[in-house]
Design a protein around this ligand. Structure first.
Ligand code: CA
Length: 145
């Protein structure tokens, strides 16, 4: 880990040229590379990360990120706890043991993103457009959709 200007010596020579050390000088051999920043280390592929076993490692310039895998939530390093696999858009996660989305009234689908088509007045466990329960004078299939 280094900060600021970073030079990496490539040639094994006791006395590199005094001033010009870039690789673009014609006729000169390459003594070193000078980087405004250190070349990035891919901590992920090198296994030099401390991501949680249930997290994915994402290499970034100068660092890396840890993100819990889909279906887990946490900081990616110290903990990744299981949650619903889907984001419950119009609902909430049931938690253990099932970790299924529990949809708000009128929404369905594994991620509660499908509108039942019941104007928010009914569940539709038999499918979109079939309102299960009579609430606020809605029942049965929608005829004008
Ligand atoms: Ca990196």
């Amino acid at each position: 880990m280094c900060s600021g200007n970073c030079s990496v010596l490539l040639g094994d020579t006791p006395s590199p040229p005094s001033s010009s050390m870039t690789s673009h000088d014609p006729g000169h051999s390459v003594w070193s590379w000078a980087y405004a920043q250190c070349p990035d280390v891919d901590e992920c592929s090198l296994g030099q990360h401390d991501c949680h076993p249930d997290a994915a490692c994402l290499n970034t310039p100068g660092s890396y990120l840890c993100a819990c895998k889909k279906g887990y939530i946490g900081d990616g390093k110290t903990f990744c706890e299981r949650t619903c696999f889907e984001d419950c858009v119009h609902g909430r996660c049931s938690g253990p043991p099932d970790f299924q989305c529990e949809c708000e009234l009128g929404w369905t689908g594994s991620d509660c993103q499908e509108d039942c088509g019941c104007f928010g007045h009914s569940t539709c466990y038999q499918g979109v457009g079939t309102c299960d329960h009579c609430q606020d004078l809605t029942d049965g299939k929608i005829v004008n959709s």
